[in-house]
Design a protein around this ligand. Structure first.
Ligand code: ZN
Length: 134
C-alpha cells in the first residue's frame, strides 16, 4: 500500500492527486488490475471529475457549500457537521482500472482529494491490486 500526505491550505479545496496515483502504478510495476484510492478521514473525501477547466471544481465546491451550509440546526459540538455531510456524500474511496500499466481514466478525468474542514495535513492511501491474469 502507498501512503501520501496532502497538505491543504483552505477550509474547502479540491487537490488533483492523479499524478501521485500514476506514480504509484509505475512504481508497483502492475500492468493490469485495480487501483483503490482511500481517504481515512471523516471530513475529507475523494472523487473523480474534470481536470481541464478549473472552474468545474470551483463550482463543485460552491454547490456543496450551498447544499451543506456551515451553520444550521446541528447537534455535533465540534461545529463541523457540514464537513461531515460533504464527506459522506462525496465518499471516502474511488476505484480506477489499471490497463497496460496505465490508469484507465477518461481524457478529462482527474482524481481529486476533497478537503472540507481544512487547512490540515491529510492522508491518502492507494492500494493496487493486480488482476489474477497479470
Ligand atoms: Zn466533527
Amino acid at each position: 500500500m502507498f501512503e501520501h500526505v496532502v497538505r491543504t491550505s483552505s477550509s474547502d479545496e479540491m487537490v488533483n492527486i492523479t499524478s501521485l496515483v500514476r506514480q504509484d502504478v509505475r512504481e508497483s510495476g502492475i500492468k493490469d488490475g485495480i487501483a483503490v484510492v482511500f481517504v481515512p478521514h471523516t471530513t475529507a473525501a475523494v472523487t473523480i471529475n474534470e481536470n481541464a477547466d478549473p472552474d468545474v471544481v470551483y463550482d463543485l465546491l460552491g454547490i456543496l457549500r450551498r447544499a451543506f451550509p456551515e451553520s444550521g440546526n446541528y447537534r455535533h459540538v465540534e461545529g463541523n457537521s457540514h464537513a461531515h455531510a460533504k464527506a459522506s456524500v462525496v465518499g471516502s474511496s474511488c476505484t480506477v482500472i489499471i490497463e497496460n500499466g496505465q490508469l484507465k481514466l477518461g481524457t478529462w478525468q482527474g482524481i481529486y482529494f476533497c478537503e472540507f474542514d481544512g487547512p490540515r495535513s491529510r492522508k491518502v492511501y492507494v492500494k493496487l491490486i493486480p488482476s489474477a491474469a497479470g
